[in-house]
Design a protein around this ligand. Structure first.
Ligand SMILES: *[C@@H]1O[C@H](CO)[C@@H](O)[C@H](O)[C@H]1NC(C)=O
Ligand SMILES: *[C@@H]1O[C@H](CO)[C@@H](O)[C@H](O)[C@H]1NC(C)=O
Ligand SMILES: *[C@@H]1O[C@H](CO)[C@@H](O)[C@H](O)[C@H]1NC(C)=O
Length: 352
């Protein structure tokens, strides 16, 4: 046992990753130059507004609490997880979409999001949802580096990259959309292994393009998303335990393999964000966090409405600060805020 503890400590010291969960300060010890986001709707501030996909959120009631009622394409009533990361790391209050044609040079310097609602690590996922595939998001990242280089020059770009934080959240749609589709042919452990492989490959490619501090989201308890309760939870709309188990298996494998990858990437700092336990804790103890409703969204009936099904015709709940979920898939602004607040201290410890 002691040997194991010593090994873990040594591992944290030697490998460029530390999954320790001790409390730390939210103020990063070094200034973060930019935040870059990749993945799915939890981090998409409106890239999907500019592509052909049914998965959009640029109409009310989305954004009803954003800058006084402005739908932007964020899948939330207000700010999303990417915004709270950018704010919490001391960079800026809003993380803009890279595809937004009104972006200014200054917006580029402090980071953008390449994420696209409906995307996943599995190519099948973005095919089904017509989202920007995560590897294409890397091509946008290359374009971004080109833009930056023209603005500030190569040396400054190297410095920006060195002090930037890349945030990756991308497994949710794989587990919700592609796993059921593929499970006719392959079992859950095989799919999870494939997903871990795709995750690690993506991180490796991101590193090759210059990212050094990388934050990787685990999978959330997908079986407790309101839509999954409706589809698979029976008449009582319980969490789909099989789905949660698939998410946990993926998470355990990523947790084991990410440090191995990190130790092979010089000067990398790769941190896994637990997107599972904080959510399940809130879902199991809502009052402790000030929530009254955690099993359905605020938009419409809250049972199925997401994206185009949550629209101007959907009535919304009277007080969205009492709801953890905004629609049947995504967190409310307050839900995002509480999650990021819980996450940042230990994250900052492992990134710096
Ligand atoms: C980035 O550069 C590309 C050309 O490579 C250009 O089309 C695009 O408008 C630029 N984007 C921004 C936000 O400046
Ligand atoms: C993923 O799987 C491929 C093919 O099996 C293998 O060549 C590659 O090394 C794996 N990648 C990682 C990062 O494990
Ligand atoms: C999150 O943390 C910030 C900074 O400490 C604080 O101002 C804010 O009220 C917190 N938000 C929530 C919902 O707890």
């Amino acid at each position: 046992m002691i040997l194991l503890v010593v090994n873990v400590i040594l591992f944290c010291l030697y490998a460029s990753i530390c999954l320790c969960s001790s409390q730390g300060t939210i103020n990063p010890p070094e200034k973060v130059s930019a935040v870059l986001a990749f993945g799915d709707s939890f981090l998409d501030p409106g890239n999907n507004d500019y592509i052909t996909t049914p998965l959009k959120a640029n109409f009310l009631p989305y954004g009803k609490d954003f800058m006084g009622g402005k739908p932007t394409g964020r899948f939330s009533n207000g700010k999303n997880i990417g915004d709270f990361f950018a704010e919490g790391l001391g960079v800026k209050e809003y993380l803009p979409a890279f595809l937004d044609p009104s972006l200014q040079e200054n917006d580029l310097l402090t980071g953008v999001s390449f994420a696209s609602g409906g995307s996943g690590y599995d190519p099948l996922t973005s095919t089904v949802s017509a989202a920007i595939p995560i590897l294409d998001q890397l091509n946008l990242f290359k374009q971004y580096i080109g833009n930056l280089t023209r603005i500030v020059g190569e040396e400054a770009v190297t410095n920006i990259m060195k002090n930037s934080v890349s945030v990756v959240c991308s497994s949710t749609n794989d587990l919700v959309i592609s796993l059921p589709a593929r499970s006719v042919l392959i079992d859950v452990p095989t799919y999870d292994r494939m997903l871990v492989n795709l995750t690690l490959n993506f991180i490796q490619e991101l590193y090759k393009l210059g990212a050094r501090k990388i934050v990787v989201f685990s999978a959330p308890p997908t079986g407790c998303l309101p839509i999954e309760r409706t589809l698979n939870g029976g008449i009582l709309r319980m969490c789909d335990q099989k789905e949660n188990e698939a998410a946990q298996l993926y998470n355990n494998m990523v947790k084991e393999q990410l440090p191995v990858l990190a130790s092979s990437l010089p000067k990398s700092r790769i941190a896994l964000v637990d997107f599972y336990n904080p959510l399940i804790n809130i879902i199991n103890n809502p009052q402790q966090y000030g929530f009254q409703v955690v099993n359905r969204g605020c938009c419409g009936t809250g049972l199925v409405e997401v994206s185009f099904l949550c629209n101007r015709l959907s009535p919304t709940c009277p007080d969205d600060t009492k709801y953890f979920f905004w629609d049947s898939f995504h967190l409310t602004e307050i839900g995002c805020n509480i999650f990021v607040n819980q996450t940042l201290p230990s994250l900052v410890n492992s990134l710096f």
